[in-house]
Design a protein around this ligand. Structure first.
Ligand code: 1CP
Length: 342
């Protein structure tokens, strides 16, 4: 039996395209709302049976090729003892944002008191996941984590975080190093328990210039991967200006909808590509969605292999039926009959 995602991550083409969606588990599914009812987001991530159930829901419903572990990039912070919550309709919020040298010094030691519930959830998922599907683990990259820690909540421009980076590089480096350690631990717990591949989410790295990314961020993203032995995907948005740097040391890079995949393939010629259906097309009707998805697939032929995904996460208001139908449409494409210029 072929495991399409793992084949693709080895750079091999499969007759049927592998497909999964970022944020497939969660808000767009009524069965998720039902399962989580009165339970807080971060608490639900620490309840193994519930986290396993929510992880498996989109696989059952949509027949996607990967399960993405239901958790959050902020979970390792909570496991290390940081006062963090996920506020409904807002996102991650810190009790005390990390703004000064002293705040960074006061951070708890970057170790987990107990990550048994994470390992247990992963084992439960693997026990139920069909063997032709792949369980992907993940973690937040140090910059994206630090952006939430310094700002204290979601932000559009990450101004405070970037100001700290330039005003006090020593403190910044200590903070990123702390983030790299907790994300690395989080990845290792997932892999040891059975995650078969991992994705590093640097969702907000695109707010940096190439030079700033290379100097202040990349060394820590690389450190997050230490002793990681399964295939790795690196994702960010607005990352055209340093996609080549992001690809180094990773089997695959995720590309947002702004960069056509044939252009991305020129930037990172030997790298597997993941993406990049524009989430807006999920609301544009089936004809427009199919035409766009086919264009994405054709452009993706320029890469050694292609894992189909959205350019970013599933919007909460998405009709789940549109996703189910899209997976079937993509799986029906006979890839060897397509040509780039057709
Ligand atoms: O289906 C999946 O993708 C699995 C679960 C998952 C993942 C991979 C969740 C559940 N969060 C994440 C990663 C994550 N968390 C990222 C990287 C991916 C991305 O760029 O979308 C980021 C940036 C976060 C931070 C976060 N957590 C946000 C974004 C806030 C912002 O800055 O705009 C939000 C809204 C959360 C909460 C959250 N995480 C996950 C879910 C299902 C939710 C919503 C909780 C709810 O209200 O139901």
């Amino acid at each position: 039996m072929t495991i399409r995602i793992l084949e693709a991550l080895r750079g091999q083409r499969t007759p049927t395209l592998p497909v999964w969606f970022m944020r497939q588990a969660g808000r767009s599914l009524p069965e998720y709302q039902q399962a989580r009812k009165d339970i807080k987001m971060l608490d639900s991530c620490l309840m193994p049976e519930l986290a396993a159930e929510i992880t498996l829901q989109p696989v059952r419903r949509h027949n996607v090729d990967a399960a993405i572990f239901f958790s959050d990039i902020m979970v390792p912070l909570r496991l290390a003892g940081v006062d963090v919550d996920i506020a409904p309709g807002v996102g991650p919020v810190l009790g005390s944002p990390i703004r000064s040298r002293q705040d960074v010094k006061n951070l708890p030691t970057p170790t987990f008191d107990d990550a048994g519930m994470i390992a247990e959830a992963i084992r439960l998922i693997r026990a139920e996941l069909p063997t032709d599907k792949t369980l992907l683990g993940f973690a937040g990259a140090p910059f994206t984590l630090a952006a939430y820690m310094v700002e204290g909540r979601p932000s559009k421009d990450h101004l405070r975080a970037r100001a700290l980076m330039y005003s006090d590089p020593t403190t910044w480096n200590t903070l990123l190093s702390w983030c790299a350690t907790v994300s690395n631990l989080f990845l290792r717990v997932q892999i040891e328990a059975g995650a078969q591949g991992v994705q590093l989410f640097d969702s907000w790295a695109g707010s940096l210039s190439r030079t700033a990314y290379e100097t202040y961020v990349l060394p820590y993203s690389r450190r997050t991967l230490e002793e990681i032995t399964v295939p790795r995907i690196h994702f960010g948005t607005y990352t055209n200006q340093f996609l080549d740097l992001m690809a180094h040391g990773f089997e695959a890079v995720g590309v947002d909808h702004r960069t056509p995949l044939d252009e991305a393939a020129r930037l990172v010629p030997d790298t597997v590509l993941q993406g990049n259906i524009d989430p807006a097309l999920l609301f544009a009707g089936q004809d427009a969605l199919h035409a766009h998805a086919l264009d994405v697939v054709r452009r993706g032929l320029a890469a050694p292999a292609h894992i189909v995904n959205l350019g970013h996460g599933v919007p909460p208001t998405t009709d789940p039926g549109v996703l189910t139908e899209l997976v079937a449409f993509l799986h029906d494409i006979e890839i060897d009959k397509l040509t780039e210029e057709e």
